[in-house]
Ligand binder design. Sequence first.
Ligand code: FES
Length: 154
Amino acid sequence: MLSTQAIENIKKAIAKYPRKKSASMDALMIAQKECGHLTEDILLEIAHLLEMPPVQLNQVAAFYTMYNKRPVGKYHIQVCTNISCSLLGSEHIFQFFSKMLGIKKGETTSDKKFTLSEVECLGSCGTAPMMQINDDYYENLTEAKIEEILKTLK
Ligand code: FES
């Protein structure tokens, strides 16, 4: 269930648009920031606030990889494997993470600290290979950089 503050923030987002359902992406992100991931109950609550059919909101949430439909670890590592990143070694970067953390694509470490995901272009192709961890971008990745980042986060 969303907090009063989250509901207020969603209402403020709704006020920015001519139609309530236009605020669906803002509302999903507000809810995710608060809850970590989007459950069926939360999606229903948001759909009610936006006065839109729940199935439409589910489609928005399902389309974008930035919305978590299941729990993720404290640090959600999202490695871009699209064309620019792929040409500069993102598959190797992904496998390196997988080996370092002992998890595969979509899995979370047993201590709930890290989730490893593969995502499409994050719009930072000029600094490929890159990834996003929570709200931050990490670019021009190398094995040494990854070791340093993981050491800092652990
Ligand atoms: S292809 Fe990786 S950021 Fe665009």
